[in-house]
Design a protein around this ligand. Sequence first.
Ligand code: ADP
Length: 466
Amino acid sequence: MDIVHITSEFTGLAKVGGLADMVRGLVLAQKKSLKKLSVILPFYTFLSFSKLTQVAPSIWKTDYMNVTIYLAKTPTHLKQVYGENALSDFLHFCDATHLFLKQISPSIIHLHDWPTALLTLYPKCAPMVFTIHNAAYQGECPVKLLKKRSIAPQTYQKAKNLKNNTVNLLAAAIENADYITTVSPTYLNEIQSAPKKQKNLLTKTIQKHSHKAKGILNGIDTDYWNPYTDPFLITPPRKEDGAVSFQDMLKIKKMHKTQLFSQFKLHDPSRFFLVCITRLAKQKSPKTIELGLHYIDQCNATAFLLGLPTEEKYQSHFSYLSTMWSQSNNIHICLKQEEKLAHQLFAAADALFVPSKEEPCGLTQMIAMRYGTIPIVRDVGGLKDSVTDQKNGFSFHTDQASLHAIDRALQIFTKNPEGWHTLQKNALETDFSWKEQNQLYTHIYQWLSLEKPESSLLRGPLPNSS
Ligand code: ADP
């Protein structure tokens, strides 16, 4: 089988959030079992490679981590991943990619999120799997831009918003793709069973196509997120079997906690240390994050927020909080995206706070567990599917309960070290590798690639979410 992934993000080349981590993690896992595998990304202007070969009018080929990467150049010169003209940028990206797909003719095309949705509307050259990483971003495209590309109207008719003559690209992709996946089973249930008031075009479309949809919990790249080989940490030698030993984890944590506390002038590294590593966007519930910081301050524990504001209102409000706490030894706020600091915080922290209102999968809770850091999460989406209360983390539902959950963690940490160590051991033992998930995706690819009518019996029922 020859699989091609088409994506706007890939960790190490272009990353905004979890989409980048997911595609890289899945691709590296698939590389072990698939002979032909490639990735198509936009040729962002910030990317540079020593070896590049032009293979089609707008396509260049390179190699990254032993994976073939195709880079599609667009007339709009993409300077950042989601810039001001994201819609037009990604429509151009899809145009260039579509022509190239005809040339390479893969057996399966795996698309990721709305920036690649247009590809489902062009005449298909292979079965298409479409993964929804975040249904909050849907891509609203004026009909005239589809007409300009001579896209057949029947492909987008059902995804049309008549009020402003636009097409919801995500809904159109759900209509046209051969198979849909979401990044966790609970998230698929949540979008399918939205209450009546919140029913919109997207929820209705996914409900209608539930027979070809499955929720598959993401894994993480356990080689990249590995306390033994993490290039941003001071680490002991790797254990032969690859598992993270509890004793080594404790050593790594102690060393990095002490170092961070001294670097940021935080008080007493023996105290409970909660971190939050996130984009500051509505979905992540900045209000609850703030509540948590105040609560930690009151409890005389320590917290660190590494947050990238996505809107001006969050930038200004959290800048204000940062100034307010600038002399504090309890709370530190750092408003940026910084990979190295994120790794050091995952390693140094005792707990990670993830109060997202919506979380399609969420990766930080899984990453945290690899470093023996206990997640405290709202029980939604993939957070619900990966964290079990009092086993490998803590979960809550309401904002008020979030403070109670922090308190429950704090009490165990301070009064019951053995209980805390059990939580850490359970977290280290939870398997978030791509092994099982990779098999599920392979099953879907195999099912779709048996395309001849006479093989429909062989196909059996669609691998659906049951
Ligand atoms: P989302 O994709 O919605 O932003 P996820 O939890 O799925 O959230 O993935 C977040 C990824 O981005 C993780 O790898 C996390 O470490 C990283 N990340 C989030 N915020 C920051 C930040 N401020 N600095 C560095 N890395 C960050």
